[in-house]
Design a protein around this ligand. Structure first.
Ligand code: 3HC
Length: 701
């Protein structure tokens, strides 16, 4: 055989072992190795064959890096056919995660056993794909159409015990020695005369499917698609599993898979898959940089943010001490956490017992002396630099040497905060996004003096609490909020130029943003931006700028919390409703300022809102604030709900062509003034060189 796939006889059982770190992805060598081993086993003394993997997991899918490249023989379909057609039983022995093509390989086997901690899943949809090796045809045949659709359209993995109930696996074996357990299971099957059970032979009774099931599924999935196109095709494949014989169903699946694998949506989602993993790597830091142990955490401030952060740690069994200024504030904070957990329990996403365990891990204090023994402190009070400096000086005096001191500030100068301590090497920013227990992004902000092991530890703990981490250097607003400025500004200027709030938000929502910027302003509170603008001296002196936002706040329309802002809100459902009063007001204000209103296309809305993001992104890159263009994409997809099917603002810009973006910004400079539109030097340089941000990123290493 080969180093990657080996084969040995253990008694009367042939054992095929795949060893292709890190995740045993189905690269060409793996496909070829399995095919050769199955073929060899047909003629030897084995009575059944076990397929297992070395390392941390069973096969975790096709090799994603091969997509978009010329296909190499043997294809996966040939490997699956060899397994399924084997004249001896083939049994998959699963540990870790059997995902995508990996789970599909196991579905071609005649039986599947797994250890209790294993998971199986078809996550292709998360890459803008559908299972392309029979998953859409075999899962409905064994688990039913509805379960198959839920599994494939969500892409979420299923734990072994549930998979057993669903018929996706047949046996759970002892955790301690999967190989021995699987060999024994294979022997038992042989002894009991178990048949060569092939899923392809099962037919689905179409009469059991409710009328309209597939149409409803399509409609429901379309509502959440946000520019993704795979879900609709997944429904078509499962429909084919019901209506067509296996070989025709497989053919249909193949055709639709090929359409998706060449689509820009899937390319964008695969870009994000690798970008997410890349973002956790810090340039210049050795892989083996030591990390500090984090066994106990303190959170300063028990508000919404502090509470959400506390939950993140309790959720992974790390004890948390919450510090507040008095007992009343502390109790309020702890109550909010209990309320949030209760909602999760009510939604059926958490057991009541687990909730109590987690709450038991969160304690409170008003005395800093009680946090002397913690390994990590995250300060999450409101944005006041002087107060933050005071707190860090206090932390410096009470915390043990080596404790990491982090601030959750969204804007303040992390270096100034670090200098308030005698240990700036232990200080950094850990910027969570609200609600902190839900949003995936964690911006790790590197101060001038932050030590390497502090950064490495923060990346590691971020991953442990389920966050996607991206590194930013210090600047006002770091990567994400700094870029957002021009986006919000243009959304409001577009109103003066002739758009309604609904038109602006709808254009951006049709593009795939979870919520348009004006509706988002209403949700966050228009007074927040209003107050922030009061202290700013750097804004252009232009009466059009933020005119509507300012007027609405002055009228008491602060957004959802006051029942109205750019929109009206239904008191009960909170549904947003266009407000003719606001639309009339926009017209009046434009008239007062002699702005001639005109029809504006959705395309212009997208360009005016997104191009400032892209332009500021280019500045952030040339200043070295972000490590790579793809890190910026990660920040926007996981922190600002930029549609993953567009791959983030920098990937999106590459798709449009940087020359086109640059030319448009120059045109906007002529039309709307250079106080707002000034192309970044890096954008100009790349546009002139005919390069993409991705190419520039690779050149930087
Ligand atoms: N192909 C190529 N590389 C892969 C890969 C894959 N399917 N899955 C993971 N990797 C790489 C990662 O990029 C990473 O590389 P790096 O170290 O250079 O950054 C390395 O393997 C380790 O991955 P993670 O950091 O994600 O490791 P974790 O232990 O956190 O997670 C995992 C492991 C759960 C397997 C996770 O990697 C994962 O979800 N992988 C993707 C699974 C997937 O989507 N499979 C379906 C592929 S499409 C398919 O199969 C089509 C088929 O239907 C025909």
């Amino acid at each position: 055989m080969s180093d990657v796939v080996s084969y040995e006889l253990i008694g009367n059982i042939g054992v095929i072992s795949v060893n292709h770190p890190p995740v045993n992805a189905l690269a060409q060598v793996v496909r070829e190795g399995i095919l050769n081993a199955v073929t060899a086993a047909q003629g030897d003394a084995s009575e059944a064959i076990v397929l297992r993997c070395e390392g941390r997991t069973f096969i975790a899918g096709a090799d994603i890096t091969e997509f978009g490249k010329p296909p190499k023989e043997p294809g996966l379909a040939a490997v699956l056919a060899a397994i399924e057609n084997s004249n001896k039983l083939v049994i998959a022995a699963i540990h870790g995660t059997a995902l995508g093509g990996g789970f599909e390989v196991s579905l071609a086997c005649h039986y599947r056993c797994a250890i209790a901690s294993a998971k199986v899943g078809l996550p292709e949809v998360k890459l803008g794909l559908l299972p392309g090796a029979g998953g859409t045809q075999r899962v409905p045949r064994i688990a039913g159409v509805k379960a198959a659709l839920d599994m494939i359209a969500s892409g979420n993995p299923i734990a072994a015990d549930k998979a057993l109930d669903m018929g996706l696996i047949d046996e759970i074996v002892e955790e301690a020695d999967l190989q021995a357990g699987a060999v024994q299971y294979a022997k038992d099957l042989v002894e009991s005369g178990a048949p060569l059970r092939r899923i392809r032979d099962i037919t689905i009774d179409a009469a059991t499917i409710e009328p309209g099931f597939f149409d409803n599924a399509r409609k429901q999935l379309a509502r959440r698609a946000r520019g993704q196109i795979a879900q609709d095709k997944i429904v078509s494949c499962i429909e084919a599993a019901v209506e067509l014989p296996m070989d025709k169903g497989l053919q249909r699946e193949r055709e639709l898979f090929l359409e998706l694998v060449t689509s820009p949506e899937s390319a964008a989602m695969r870009h994000i898959f690798f970008a997410e993993r890349q973002a956790a790597k810090i340039k210049g830091l050795a892989k083996d940089t030591p990390v500090r142990e984090i066994n106990k955490v303190a959170i300063i401030g028990g508000g919404t943010m502090g509470g959400g952060i506390a939950m993140c740690f309790a959720n992974v069994d790390i004890p948390v001490v919450m510090v507040e200024i008095n007992d009343e504030a502390l109790q309020r904070g702890l109550n909010i956490i209990r309320k949030n957990y209760k909602i999760t329990v009510q939604k059926g996403k958490l057991d009541a017992d687990k909730m109590e365990d987690r709450l038991g891990l969160i304690t409170g204090t008003t005395d800093y002396a009680d946090i002397a023994d913690v390994d990590l402190v995250i300060e999450a009070i409101f944005e006041n630099l002087e107060l933050k400096k005071e707190i860090f000086a206090k932390l410096d005096s009470v915390c043990k040497p080596g404790a990491i001191l982090a601030t959750n500030t969204s804007y303040q100068d992390v270096n100034a905060i670090a200098e308030a301590t005698s240990r700036p090497q232990d200080v950094l920013g850990m910027h969570f996004f609200s609600p902190a227990n839900v949003m995936k992004l964690l911006e790790v902000v590197r101060g001038e003096k932050t030590a390497d092991d502090v950064l490495a530890t923060s990346m590691k703990i971020g991953k442990k609490i389920g966050k996607v981490c991206a590194l930013s250097r210090v600047c006002y607003g770091f990567i994400g909020n700094r870029m957002l400025g021009g986006y919000g500004r243009e959304a409001q200027l577009l109103l003066m130029d002739g758009c309604t709030p609904t038109q602006v938000d709808s254009a951006l929502e049709s593009f795939g943003m979870a919520m348009g910027p004006l509706a988002m302003g209403d949700l966050a509170g228009l007074d927040v931006g209003y107050k922030a603008r009061q202290g700013r001296t750097d804004l252009p002196d232009d009466p059009k700028l933020y005119r509507m936002g300012n007027l609405l706040v002055e009228m008491g329309r602060h957004g959802q919390k006051t029942g109205s802002g750019f929109y009206k809100y239904d008191a009960e459902t909170r549904k947003r409703i266009s407000d003719p009063e606001v639309e009339a007001m926009i017209k009046q204000e434009a008239a007062k300022l002699n702005v001639e209103q005109r029809d504006i296309s959705d395309q212009e809305i997208l360009q005016r809102c997104f191009y400032p993001l892209i332009n500021e992104g280019a500045r952030i890159l040339e200043e070295g604030i972000a490590q790579r263009p793809s890190d910026i994409d990660v920040v926007y997809v996981f922190g600002y709900a930029f549609p993953v099917a567009k791959g983030g603002p920098m990937h999106y810009a590459d798709q449009i062509g940087l020359k086109n973006v640059y030319d448009k910004i120059c045109e906007f400079r002529e039309s709307y003034g250079e106080q707002y539109w000034q192309p970044a030097p890096l954008l100009k340089q790349l546009a002139e060189a005919g390069k993409t941000f991705a190419e520039w990123g690779s050149e930087q290493g």
